[in-house]
Design a protein around this ligand. Structure first.
Ligand code: AMP
Ligand code: MG
Length: 338
């Protein structure tokens, strides 16, 4: 190699190193966050993106997904497909968006897996109690007995080919309050991943999803609220590339004569479930975590933990019993930091 050649080789090396370095600097991701209201919830989405433009595009998509899912599933909104479905209960099928079919199919699978503890036909009982509405009240026993037959999920007719749903008994009311948020989180994560986002956290009320690492390369840690002292944390869990969902009797409730009536009903009785005060699960899928945290709340510590231990989808499950004790499944300790 001549002197000239060796000088050229050095220059080429320096140029390559410079380009690689420049590439690294350019690829240095920064944290961007957007907070917005959807599904009656304060939603916060944080992502690491390469630049403002990529971040804005991605966060716009996240917001769009939540608004779209709310428009489909909010049964109190006359424009929603679930509202129309409920209006046509006992009358005829309604053509719906494939996302709604998917949401209902997933929910029905989990009705089976939870021995009926999760039931999207809970709406007629929810309406009697009106928890979260303007005039909540304790219904008469006869009123509750009258709506129990309206919760038979085998009477939901799903026609995937024609993209229709049909509540085949008059008076049935579908309520996707325990599933839609988780479903929206999963959709948002899929979209962000398809846009090249590798590190993110979505906090949709009690439905959290984390992917990748935090900026300082440490794993995500999520605190589980104490149901009786929500400003305090009863456990700290590590959540990596997974969803964490919580349900609790402190989230929505009213009080009469010193008794707390909350928003998670036992489909077997039509009354607020009494075995737990809070539940938290970690699973791969946000929609399944959303569903299971509600179902475990209904089942209570004994049955709930037994079920969680039998489900391969569950990474960790924690139930705070009505007695104030903490009950965990076999694998909880692997995720519990405190
Ligand atoms: P979450 O906050 O995710 O536990 O869901 C609670 C919401 O799910 C309630 O506000 C109702 O809309 C609905 N819900 C209440 N009880 C049940 C139940 N047993 N199965 C399915 N959904 C329920
Ligand atoms: Mg839920």
């Amino acid at each position: 190699m001549t002197n000239k050649d060796s000088r050229r080789a050095w220059l080429a090396w320096i140029l390559i190193c410079f380009l690689v370095l420049a590439g690294c600097v350019q690829k240095q991701a920064r944290f961007y966050q957007r907070d917005f209201l959807a599904m009656d919830t304060y939603i916060s989405c944080g992502i690491w993106a390469e630049n403002q433009e990529q971040a804005e595009l991605a966060l716009d998509q996240v917001e769009r997904v939540f608004i779209e899912m709310e428009t489909l599933s909010n049964r109190f909104d006359a424009k929603s497909q679930v509202y129309q479905l409920n209006q046509k209960a006992g009358k005829g099928p309604v053509v719906v968006n494939p996302d709604l079919i998917e949401m209902v199919n997933i929910a029905l699978q989990w009705t089976e897996r939870t021995q009926g503890a999760f039931n999207i036909l809970i709406g007629s009982a929810m309406d009697l109690w009106g928890v979260g509405a303007e005039n909540p009240r304790v219904p008469e026993e006869e009123e509750i007995a009258a709506v129990l037959p309206l919760m038979d999920c085998s009477k939901i007719i799903v026609d995937v080919g024609n993209s229709t749903l049909f509540l085949s008994q008059a008076g049935m009311v579908m309520d996707l309050g325990g599933v839609a948020k988780g479903y929206a989180v999963d959709q948002a994560v899929l979209i962000l991943q398809s846009m090249g986002i590798k590190d993110l956290v979505i906090d949709a009320g009690s439905n959290v999803y984390t992917l990748g690492r935090r900026g300082d390369d440490s794993p995500w840690k999520i605190g589980v609220q104490d149901p009786r002292h929500p400003e305090e944390v009863v456990a700290l869990l590590e959540v990596s590339n997974a969803a964490l969902a919580s349900s609790g009797d402190y989230q929505r409730y009213f009080e009469r004569a010193g008794i707390l009536y909350h928003h998670i009903l036992d489909p077997a009785t039509g009354y607020p479930a009494r075995g737990s005060t809070g539940t938290t699960v970690i699973m791969q899928s946000a929609v399944e975590a959303d569903i299971l945290s509600t179902a475990l709340f209904v089942l209570g510590p004994e049955q709930g933990i037994a079920l969680a231990d039998n489900l391969t989808q569950v990474q960790a499950a924690l139930i705070i019993g009505a007695d104030g004790e903490l009950y965990g499944n076999d694998s909880l300790s692997r995720f519990r930091l405190e």
